[in-house]
Design a binder for this molecule. Structure first.
Ligand code: SF4
Ligand code: URA
Length: 260
């Protein structure tokens, strides 16, 4: 915290104490008679004033994570560090709240995402949006990103072809992952949900299949991480939906109670 912010808080403490003195005996007496001790009146005024200062500062900090994400987005928009940079139509950086508690990480943009420059907007994306809404969240309150930011194509010479999607290679993940790391450093979520094998393997370096590891709470750089099935897998096999819902209930419980 800056010196000027300390001084501001000190000034507020002084004003609050003066305010308390100005209430006079009568006010303090009345407060006590309705069951509020003079001490707690005093601390309530203090608390309110300090909260005011902190909420002003908090808005300042949240603006700055938005700015930091915007700066990073600008840098990534011109990235050509891996071969995917040659064939992509648009970089798909990520979308949602710069202060999200919950971050979803997918595999990589597909045809629809490459055309729109936004993650999870195709059929699998629409299902993810429904899952997010069933969790009492929206695409605006969470953050959605991918482990690679450009569209991995089977035939890179043909971005206009549908059914041209493939998972990213370990090399592509290794190179691009730094950007996701930076996004996570800025957003500081409480929990990450990895969707499918690519992002789970990319972050955890695990060898277990997603069917074995899903729903198990892991950690990535001290952030809780819960792997689950990719929504595209649910489109192919709807009987997997109940497992994803089980996993998301665990995530919601953690977000509501702080307990995992
Ligand atoms: Fe750069 Fe990532 Fe795109 Fe590769 S996938 S070009 S590393 S932004
Ligand atoms: N699948 C993904 O993994 N990410 C997207 O953005 C879209 C589909």
């Amino acid at each position: 915290m800056k010196q000027s912010e300390y001084l501001k808080i000190l000034k507020l403490v002084r004003t609050s104490l003066e305010e308390y003195n100005n209430w006079g005996e009568n006010e303090v007496y009345k407060a006590s008679s309705v069951g509020i001790s003079s001490e707690s009146r005093k601390s309530n005024v203090l608390k309110k004033n300090i909260q005011k200062t902190f909420s002003t500062n908090f808005t300042k900090y949240s603006t700055s994570s938005k700015e930091e994400l915007d700066n990073l987005r600008e840098k990534v928009n011109s990235c050509k560090k891996c071969p995917l940079g040659k064939s992509r139509l648009n970089v798909v950086f990520g979308i949602g709240s710069p202060n999200a508690s919950l971050v979803f990480v997918g595999e990589g943009p597909g045809y629809d995402e490459d055309h729109k420059g936004e993650p999870f907007v195709g059929r699998a994306g629409q299902l993810l949006t429904k899952i997010i809404e069933a969790m009492d969240q929206t695409r605006e309150t969470v953050y959605i990103a991918n482990i690679v930011k450009c569209h991995p194509m089977i035939d890179p010479s043909n971005p206009e072809k549908r059914t041209n999607d493939r998972p990213p290679t370990p090399n592509e993940v290794e190179i691009c992952k730094n950007y996701l790391d930076r996004q996570l450093e800025i957003i500081k979520p409480k929990i990450i949900v990895t969707l499918g094998t690519s992002s789970t393997k990319g972050l955890l370096n695990n060898e277990e299949p997603i069917s074995k590891i899903r729903g198990i709470v892991k950690e990535y750089k001290t952030i809780n991480l819960v792997p689950t099935y990719h929504p595209a897998a649910l489109l192919r096999n709807p009987s997997l939906k109940k497992f994803v819902w089980e996993d998301m209930k665990k995530v919601m419980h953690f977000l509501n109670t702080g307990k995992i």
